[in-house]
Design a protein around this ligand. Structure first.
Ligand code: BGC
Length: 761
């Protein structure tokens, strides 16, 4: 049987090889004729390719790996090369010297900006305003494409309940609905309606899947996941990206239930490609195919390994390709062993063809065959990047992303006519403001908090107090993370001389992002002691936080009158902070992720399932911690204050009962009852109280950020349908069950207005 299958495959290979030799030269015409559809052109090109050429297309190399020989052999893609001259060089080799003249797809991690750095994605999600990421990805796509790069490894849409995990900074937080809205907005902005346009790129949604839930919050760690959680919590933003037309996807490092992301037929082929009809290609993450291999015991290094679902390189290539991975990043197993695997009948020509076709279609859609080269003059022209408009967009995005966590006694806004002491390790910092995926952003471009505040109030001083350095832990000394209080007296002196104090505290950018899990998530080092010292001066002060994850802020909250969560705001950090502190911009952001009181509460997230013993801190046998007199996070999902006041009232539904495929409209009034113009984010949650499997206590299903003048009221409407009140069960089936649905509205996940309707059977 095995022999018969192998013989058939060999015959098929022979037919394809002969066909390749006899294809008339005119065949190329279709492949290069922009009038014929991408699928026809890809099929035509494919029919002319040798097996070696096909395997080359499945290879994705880094900037440090690519050689002229690879380009000449027809390598598929290259990432992280940003020098337009080099990009043109390799493109010329590929187009002029490879047999079929297929251009290379150049890619880059443009995550929150290329040169114009916007707020980190967790910050952008805090805006609850998708126009923020539309602005980010519009500028980012244009700047990226300007150097000749046509693919970005973004959006990163991993839902996460793990603040210990450094990469929580790259996604939109803990909620699948919010994550879906932001994923779709990023894809649409990056790709436009046609990503062959000179200022557009093809997006790659990542990391498929459930990479945001590593055990213990430890980077790259394994994940064990019920089918319903996978589908209800982690997959929706991927689906939203696919529905928005995302052209490519990346499979993840982690395993789900023992199956690594890049060898996972269920997520890659069954769900993404078949169920959702994704027609693009999937690249592996960095050496993720090689990592499928078992590590040999105590041997010389034979490269990346670990998952142990493949014995060796050929096995890894087989597992990845057959599961649905189309392109291998950095490691070269598919390219190296594809021929042998095909001859052995372990992979099929139809699967190779499918993968190549997917890659060619993206290249054709990207217009690379018509426009393979980049305009080098434009690529090095400073006017192409970080324009005044780009900076203005980044500043506005940063302001919209900030969340006011506390403001006792109207500490904020600060009085711009009174003197300010900026104090703290991040107070005059440009480097960390750019966050952990700074792309081609430059420290010198960034506006520090001190510079931003001084520009709006010349009576401003800066005193560092202690240092936070962006160093990797092995070379770190405790002093690098505010481990020394030697500078505190100078900070206290500066505070005493000023009318008001801005304390700029938080993490270095290297404490967040990839490979930056933390076991403690409080303010590093002695920063809390610095707060305590400043508090003793009796001066009014605000803590402005820069960080890439929820922090445990119990002590900060207890000791500080005002706290502004700024995340890593990007290139316009200081200007945006000053806008908010002086009240030019009224903060309207809301938390996209819960902030625990204590580390031991993790995972804590608003959309958790109920238990038979709901938390009650006043009695014993229920779901609580005996050493924590509270059930809640310190700051809830969807929470954020403003300099004005809002009231959300009068929730009503247009019907009390609806069929399974019907619609319900919920309306609610929001009023600005304070004295300043400001934005509120009205949020709509639902709960299904009786279902075949326990449903989350709340699920966000709508939000609108609205600016309102003082005294003004606005009515907002939200439409709900079966995609909102249905859910996936543990067999992976989407079900809409009859019964009552409760609808909550307000301006945080603690929203307390409630109405109900019934879904009829
Ligand atoms: C990351 C990806 C990234 C890739 C290429 C990997 O280590 O996990 O998110 O796109 O590197 O830079």
């Amino acid at each position: 049987m095995r022999f018969a299958r192998r013989s058939l495959l060999l015959i098929a290979v022979a037919i394809v090889t002969i066909a390749t030799l006899v294809i008339p030269a005119g065949g190329l015409t279709t492949a290069t004729d922009p009038e014929s559809s991408e699928s026809d052109r890809a099929a035509n090109l494919l029919s002319q390719m040798t097996l070696e050429e096909k395997l080359q297309q499945l290879q994705l190399l880094s900037d440090g790996q690519i050689t002229d020989a690879d380009a000449k052999a027809g390598v598929g893609a290259v990432f992280s090369l940003t020098d337009a001259a080099k990009i043109n060089h390799f493109q010329h080799v590929a187009v002029d010297q490879s047999r079929l003249h297929i251009p290379i797809l150049f890619a880059y991690d443009t995550i929150h900006g290329y040169r114009t750095i916007f707020p980190v994605p967790l910050g952008a999600a805090s805006s609850f305003d998708p126009s923020v990421v539309t602005a980010d990805d519009t500028v980012a796509a244009r700047e990226t494409a300007t150097v000749g790069i046509k693919q970005i490894y973004s959006p990163m849409v991993d839902v996460s309940h793990e603040p210990r995990w450094g990469r929580i900074v790259e996604g939109a937080g803990e909620d699948p609905y919010l994550g879906s809205v932001f994923a779709a907005a990023r894809v649409k902005a990056a790709q436009g309606t046609d990503y062959s346009a000179a200022d557009k790129v093809v997006a790659s949604v990542k990391h498929l899947a459930a990479y945001g839930q590593p055990e213990g919050g430890r980077e790259y760690n394994t994940t064990d996941m019920s089918e319903q959680r996978l589908r209800n919590l982690y997959l929706p933003p991927f689906k939203a990206a696919v529905d928005a037309g995302v052209g490519t996807a990346m499979c993840s490092f982690n395993a789900i239930n023992g199956v690594p992301g890049c060898a996972n037929q269920q997520t890659e082929t069954d769900i993404l490609k078949r169920e959702w009809g994704f027609g693009g290609f999937i690249e592996s993450d960095y050496t993720a195919v090689a990592e499928l291999r078992a590590c040999p015991p105590k041997t010389p290094d034979n490269g990346p390994c670990g998952h142990g679902v493949a014995a060796d390189g050929p096995d890894a290539a087989q597992a990845a390709l057959n599961a649905g991975t189309d392109s291998e990043m950095v490691s070269t197993n598919i390219r190296d062993f594809g021929k042998q695997l095909l001859a052995q009948g372990r992979i099929s020509m139809s699967r190779i063809n499918d993968a190549v076709r997917r890659i060619l279609r993206v290249k054709l859609r990207a217009g690379l065959f018509e426009h393979p080269y980049v305009d080098q003059a434009k690529a090095v022209d400073p006017k192409s990047f970080l324009t005044a408009d780009d900076r203005a967009a980044a500043r506005s995005a940063a302001g919209k992303s900030m969340v006011l966590l506390k403001n006792d006694g109207g500490t904020l806004p600060l009085d711009p006519s009174k003197s300010v002491a900026v104090i703290g390790p991040l107070g005059n910092d440009q480097h960390d403001m750019l966050g952990p995926w700074w792309g081609q952003g430059r420290d010198a471009d960034a506006v520090s908090v001190f510079a931003g505040i001084k520009a709006q109030n010349p009576k401003t001083t800066f005193t560092q107090g202690c240092t936070i350095l962006d160093k990797d832990p092995p070379t770190n000394t405790p002093a690098d993370e505010c481990g020394s209080d030697a500078g505190f007296q100078a900070a206290v002196d500066a505070a005493n001389k000023a009318d008001q104090v801005v304390l700029a505290l938080g993490e270095s950018r290297g404490m967040s992002g990839e490979a930056a899990s933390r076991v403690e998530i409080d303010l590093p080092g002695k920063q809390q002691e610095l707060i305590d010292q400043i508090k003793k001066t009796g001066k009014p002060f605000v803590v402005v936080l820069f960080n890439g994850r929820p922090l445990t802020l119990g002590n900060v909250d207890a000791s500080s009158p005002a706290i502004l969560e700024s995340w890593f705001p990007g290139v316009e950090a200081g200007n945006a902070v000053a806008d908010v502190l002086f009240g030019k911009v009224n903060p309207g952001g809301k938390l996209p992720v819960s902030f625990p009181r204590e580390l031991g509460q993790i995972p804590i997230y608003y959309n958790h399932e109920p238990t038979g013993r709901p938390c009650d801190p006043t009695s014993k046998y229920n779901s609580r911690y005996r050493d924590l007199p509270s059930c809640d996070p310190l700051y809830a999902f969807g929470f954020g204050l403003s300099y004005t006041k809002f009231s959300v009232t009068n929730l009503r539904l247009n019907t009390q009962s609806v069929s399974k495929d019907g619609k319900v409209t919920a309306s609610v009034d929001v009023a600005n009852t304070g004295s300043r113009i400001g934005d509120d984010v009205v949020q709509l949650y639902i709960h299904d109280p009786v279902a075949s499997i326990s449903q989350p206590v709340r699920r966000l299903r709508g939000f609108q950020r609205v600016p309102l003048e003082p005294g003004k009221t606005q009515t907002l409407s939200f439409t709900l349908n079966s995609s909102d009140f249905g859910f996936y069960d543990n067999r992976g089936k989407f079900v809409v069950e009859p019964g009552r649905i409760d609808v909550y509205a307000g301006d945080s996940s603690n929203a307390d207005l409630v109405q109900s309707f019934t879904v009829s059977g």
